[in-house]
Design a binder for this molecule. Sequence first.
Ligand code: HSE
Length: 443
Amino acid sequence: MKNLEGGILKRVNIGICGLGTVGSGTFNVLKRNVDEINARANSQIEITHIGARRENPLCDTAGIKVSRDIFDVANDPDVDILVELIGGTSVALDLISQALRNGKHVVTANKALIAEHGNTLFELAREHKATLSFEAAVAGGIPIISALREGLAANKVEWLAGIINGTGNFILTEMRDKGREFADVLAQAQELGYAEADPTFDVEGIDAAHKLVILAAIAFGAPLQFDKVFTEGISNVLPEDLTYAQDLGYQIKHLGIARRRDSGGIELRVHPTLVPSAQLIANVDGVMNAVLVKGDAVGSTLYYGPGAGSEATASAVIADIVRVSRSIGVASDNHIPHLGSIDSKLQEPYVLPITEVETAYYLRMSVLDRPGVLSTVTQILSDAGISIEALVQKEPNEGEPHVPVILLTSRAIEKRLVGAIEEIEKLDTISDKIVRIRVEHLN
Ligand code: HSE
């Protein structure tokens, strides 16, 4: 194959570290689609070195150098791009740092590492005139990083909201549609290779928080601020809430939300959220991910696709390999800034504490089935300036004096709502804690 100028294609050597779910997908797709990939990269891409603790029977590594010590790949002078697919934040941090110090470009799918150490690693990459690319770190196969960084470069992004953890979305969908147990669906997500090595990252929202800060940093031209994200997982979402929400015309989705506030500052939050069923994103089910981005010029745009899985994530890894291969030989001053804005201009915006955030709410409470009880509840909410948009009282169970009551409230600042809930919970006509889920209309 000839390059664009009719000469010989420049050769780009790839070292892959990690041959697990994403590593094996990357290896096999690179081999299978080599002609298309080389043509797009304007390069001859070769896998020359694999670093992996063990063989993967899915990968035929004959003729390729294989090292059990992954640092051999970072120190191999023939490797141009190191692809880090081992995950975690300790060895991976050392590996990537070593590769960058050796002047290699790095491609990674490691969202935890980028979210927690990206600011430092980008600096290191700049010092060594290398690039660190991470398209696969967010939303698996959806090219959301390049959409935000390049495709929407004209826009002031007002907000974005995403289903950015496939495992969590898979669990909520199976619980709602098939009445399956949480633990049973999680075990299946692990078998399918969707879940993190530590699945609490999926169910407690940490994985989504990692991805959200990366998206927010690009959307708002800000440094990564992982420690500022408010994070709530899905482990407390009960099947009855999924059903009650559906009856009211909503779906419960685990969303990562980043919003620029007119009054200054940004919101960064991950939590279960009621979304109107009429919204496209409310209908994104199973392991699929979707990110809704509102730009001031373009309006609302939605990006949808598989958020996890071997070849889906490999698709994003290889997109980065192509992008980096194209840039090899181009003056490093012309490389795309890591977070899409000139790095020296990045300012750290104020992140609002969750108590200052305003949303509407779904409330479920267990109320003594007696006249006058509900009017006391609505009075407390009204005294806090919170009105009620919908109220449903369910049938009591046989012999049970309490009935479930579901309320949808108007928008309110969280601390006001929390104050009202505390007062309601003190009533002796209310049993149990009140379940509270935030509601977003996303328009
Ligand atoms: N555990 C992650 C998820 C994998 O379920 O979305 C992809 O990042």
